[in-house]
Design a protein around this ligand. Structure first.
Ligand code: SF4
Length: 228
């Protein structure tokens, strides 16, 4: 109770900084967005965020979009996460598209059809005013200025891990023995669909294994052109 009172008095976005406890950001989001929801691809960031969110009292849905092209290890990680956190409700969405190999011809169209559209449709029905997500500035130069709260196309994005580094994420996951996707420890520092993900080479940033050589850096979920 004392912690909650202190939180309500002192926990304001304008006071957040590099040393802010991510659980305080999540508590603020729960309080200010009662229909808060969360998406996850069960990467390292996502697994850490989920653990922190449960600690902070989040009991909403965690939405996973199954594109049909995920690694088996990712699907198994999703299942292990659900077992580890019975407090949350895991929702899997899918576009139910045939194996058209569109990713070979038009990766943006493939991402939109298989990932962005199913999530947009689901969120249009649910109408959350904010989404928790696990991106961090450390992941790529294109994410280096992510704020703790940003305005999205349809709703606010709350980024409680904005200030975390790869090293702090790994240390947290190991210390708490979290159900991390085993591919992560094989160099797949950001894991998307199997045809569009490779292991990261030494010195590359965490997301350089995504759509490598295609000039594409985002699936579109977090852009303001087509995103959520
Ligand atoms: S990551 Fe690749 S396979 Fe997955 S939806 Fe995007 S283009 Fe398609």
């Amino acid at each position: 109770m004392i912690e909650q009172i202190t939180d309500s008095i002192n926990n304001k976005p304008e006071t957040w900084n590099e040393s802010t406890d991510s659980r305080d950001i999540i508590r603020w989001a729960i309080k200010n967005h009662p229909n808060l929801t969360m998406t996850s691809g069960f990467n390292l960031n996502g697994t850490v965020l989920l653990d922190l969110a449960v600690e902070a009292g989040y009991r909403g849905e965690v939405i996973f979009v199954n594109t049909g092209y995920h690694f088996q290890e990712t699907l198994e990680t999703r299942d292990r996460v659900q077992e580890a956190y019975p407090q949350i409700k895991l929702v899997t969405l899918t576009a139910n598209l045939p194996d058209d190999h569109l990713f070979l011809k038009d990766a943006d169209a493939c991402c939109f059809a298989r990932k962005v559209a199913p999530l947009q449709n689901y969120l249009a029905r649910k109408q959350p005013t904010a989404l928790l997500n696990a991106r961090s500035r450390d992941q790529a130069s294109t994410r280096s200025d992510i704020p703790f709260i940003e305005s999205g196309k349809e709703r606010a994005r709350i980024n409680p891990l904005a200030h975390w580094t790869r090293e702090t994420l790994e240390a947290y996951a190991k210390a708490k023995d979290l159900p991390v996707n085993p591919l992560y420890w094989e160099g797949f520092l950001s894991i998307g669909c199997a045809p569009c993900t490779r292991a990261v080479r030494p010195g590359e940033d965490s997301r350089s294994g995504r759509w490598s050589g295609q000039g594409k850096t985002e699936c579109g979920l977090w852009t303001n052109v087509s995103g959520i």
